[in-house]
Design a protein around this ligand. Sequence first.
Ligand code: HGY
Ligand code: MN
Ligand code: MN
Length: 416
Amino acid sequence: MRPSSRPANLGIDPARLMGRIEALGRIGALPGGGVSRLALSEADRQGRDCVAGWMRGLGLAVTVDRIGNVFGLRAGAEAGPPVVIGSHIDTVATGGLYDGALGVLAGLEVVNVLNDAAIRTRRPLAVAFFTNEEGARFAPDMMGSGVLSGHLGLAEALAAVGIDGATVGDELARIGYAGDAPVGAIAAHCYLELHIEQGPVLDAGGIAIGAVTGVQGICWTEYRFQGQTNHAGTTPMAMRHDAGYVAARVAVEARRLAGEIGGVQVATVGRLAVAPGLVNVVPGEALLTADLRNTDAATLAAADERLRAFAAQAAAAEGVGFEARPLARFAPVAFDPELVALVEETARGLGHSVRRMPSGAGHDAQMFAPHCPAAMIFVPSRGGISHNVTEHTDPAQLSAGAEVLLRVALEKAGVV
Ligand code: HGY
Ligand code: MN
Ligand code: MN
């Protein structure tokens, strides 16, 4: 589909975009750089207030739904489902300035450009941020967009208990974002998300834009092992029920299994804890989280099953009890081919190098994909680093992505 004519001299304001990114980055800023705005934390509340304030300042009608998703709506000449531009503003505890924030703030930049040029779109536009995309404090990830899309029940989400023992419902109320708008009140005509790649592909290839074809499958599981605390000196090895030893074996197996499967298979043990965690006590308790991902659903399911079987066998051999609790299960998702092509053509039309690619990271966009045309625009991550305080993308690269977003959004919303 060729992009039709549209106001030629429109352009984003790179300094204004960077100004908002840096201003939001000061909320939850970590000493020495980076950001921590864990979902529904005080920093997340401040970030939400800041972005909702910018939305209102741009004349957007702000609504908050019952899982705390925030939409800023810009009326079009016609009523009907809006073109939604979204992402998230919560971060992991070792976050950077751009993961999530770029997509939301580039959406505000699009609105700013349209307001400045007094351009009215045919369809309404909405800029949105969704609750708990990261899943770092409360599993699963993509929680707010997952409830919106029906992937997760509202009650189940509100009851989710975080790694610190708090519940989503209590925390949402505490920060003042337990909205009263029904979930799903705003149905998207289509969904666009600008995001940093968070991987090495674009940066290594010197490519400016990624036209994202889809998102790989995600499988998070929490393993808990119950052994027997005992004396480190007096307990013969054959008499031990060492929960920590079993957890360590499972962690090593996860890594080995990923290597054996090969291809795009990845495995991460992000949380590994033993109790009581004392030098002279055989651990009686252990907890481990396994994050497995693959673009192929069957391979991913097989990997999950094999790791779970290994854990059961290792626990039995050590006389240790174990339970496995699913934390997140997302099937691989394909984005709308026409929209992906539009992203690719638009990038090329702006003179940017572009390539099609799957996303290794999960995103809110994947929750929209089954319900409306959805697509993502990637910009490079320096060294492929993300979920790390040194996460970086050059301002010119950020602006290039925002420019593509502006033109694709205009193409989908139409100009009157
Ligand atoms: O885990 C992810 O892929 C995303 O950052 N929530
Ligand atoms: Mn993200
Ligand atoms: Mn992230």
